[in-house]
Ligand binder design. Structure first.
Ligand code: HOZ
Length: 440
């Protein structure tokens, strides 16, 4: 059923449209904590019942009730080619029919590691894991093992997966739920973590000057994506590089969201700032679960079995995930859809922003390439404090208005949305038209 047939454009109420979703959620709540397998999917910060999706194709998804949605959440980042890109589906089918897991080395993982090293020149070696969280957990252990130091510096609003020690002042789901740090994490786990405001180099200098000999690593998203989209200020990454070098700490760029999102490489490589370690996930699995940790050879060689830093995983380098990721990365490299994603992203943001400026509406869209966040605040968002000043009630209203208009956005003020290579000019025009209506 298309949107017109479903009465979508008549602003039918959400519950009428999503009856099956409502029933599914009621059933789920009995057998899955909160009805969800990842908290932000529960719609707690926007209210209402979450939608259930049965399939996706290109820029569109279909709900369990047969309603078509233009998807700007994109599974939270892994789908720069949109849903069910035929070559990726074919690669998955082929790999699966060869066997889904062997718990041995496979030829595909060698080719995949070579491809990542080719696309990111400062990654000499790469270790595959099963999620971004695992990649970060391993990166921290490796940084500590390599340097013989324990302390880690992270940034407010940075989210690096749900590894225990980084669940302080974290963005994404914790920020959405207003949780400053997770229960169940002993103080001893976070005792060695320092937190600085994002984009605040003086705060970093202060912390580092007091702990220069104890700091194992600075970990950060070079483009923050988990308090909404917040790019790093010009020069910030270069200064972090210098500070890390001066004190002997490793610089870790968490590129789980932005690796291969803004170009066919990492953001660090695009900026010419070389981290010691990089964590990857999402896009490199082409929609299948994967994570990776890559970086300098001398550091990576500290991992077992060469070195004393242990990491292992039954499904690490899973052949089906590797096939999906390799196909995705090759298409991104060969077709280079990035300029077009950036053009559409800019058109979307510029159109809405000029309207908001003209009508004096307290909202703007932050955008970089095909990544964007509609922030319910006029002023630019530079850090977590700014992000927290957004009007989350207005955001929730906007989210539901867009959903009723057939547009799916991340159900949180503090997440990034994505334009993929599958989005068309028409999708962007519809987004702008529905946004202006929603803001009336
Ligand atoms: N941590 C993800 C967004 N940055 C959310 C994942 C999910 O809920 O699916």
């Amino acid at each position: 059923m298309n949107r017109e047939k479903a009465g979508f454009n008549d602003f039918t109420t959400l519950n009428e449209l999503h009856m099956n979703s409502k029933e599914l959620f009621a059933r789920a709540c009995k057998v899955i904590p909160g009805g969800v397998n990842s908290p932000v999917r529960a719609f707690n910060s926007v209210g209402g019942d979450p939608v259930y999706i049965v399939k996706g194709n290109g820029s569109r998804m279909q709900t369990a009730d047969g309603v078509e949605l233009i998807d700007f959440c994109g599974s939270w980042g892994p789908l720069p080619l949109g849903h069910a890109r035929p070559e990726v589906v074919e690669a998955i089918k082929q790999a699966a029919s060869d066997g889904t897991s062997f718990g041995t080395n496979t030829p595909r993982e060698v080719e995949f590691a070579e491809l990542i090293c080719e696309l990111v020149p400062y990654i000499d070696m790469v270790r595959l894991v099963s999620s971004g969280t695992e990649a970060v957990m391993t990166a921290l252990r490796l940084a500590r093992g390599y340097t013989g130091r324990n302390k880690i510096l992270k940034f407010e609003g940075g989210y690096h997966g749900h590894t225990d020690c980084l669940l302080v002042s974290a963005g994404s789901g914790l920020l959405t739920a207003g949780i400053s740090s997770s229960a169940g994490v002993p103080d001893s786990m976070t005792a060695d973590i320092f937190v600085a405001p994002y984009n605040d180099i003086d705060a970093v200098r202060q912390i580092v000057s007091e702990n220069a000999n104890d700091l194992a690593a600075i970990i950060m998203e070079p483009v923050a994506g988990n308090m909404g989209l917040v790019p790093s200020k010009p020069g910030f990454l270069e200064e972090l590089r210098q500070i890390s070098d001066d004190c002997g700490a490793l610089l870790i760029f968490d590129e789980v969201i932005n690796g291969f999102r803004l170009g066919p490489t990492t953001y660090g490589n695009m900026c010419d700032v070389t981290p010691d370690l990089t964590t990857l996930g999402k896009i490199i699995g082409g929609g299948m679960p994967i994570g990776a940790l890559g970086g300098r050879k001398d550091i990576m060689e500290s991992l077992a079995p060469l070195g004393a830093v242990y990491q292992a995983g039954t499904l690490s380098g899973n052949p089906v995930a590797v096939a999906a990721g390799m196909t995705t990365l090759k298409i991104l490299r060969d077709e280079n859809p990035y300029p077009e994603m950036a053009r559409l992203g800019k058109k979307l943001a510029d159109s809405v922003n000029s309207h908001c400026a003209e009508k004096n509406i307290d909202m703007h869209i932050a955008q970089l390439g095909g990544v964007f966040t509609p922030f319910f605040r006029k002023e630019e968002i530079k850090n977590l404090e700014d992000a927290k000043c957004c009007d989350t009630k207005q955001h929730a209203k906007f989210f539901h208005s867009m959903l009723k208009s057939g547009i799916y956005l991340p159900p949180s003020q503090f997440e990034a949305a994505f334009v993929s290579a599958a989005h068309t000019e028409e999708d962007i025009n519809i987004f702008v038209e529905k946004t202006l209506l929603a803001l009336q």
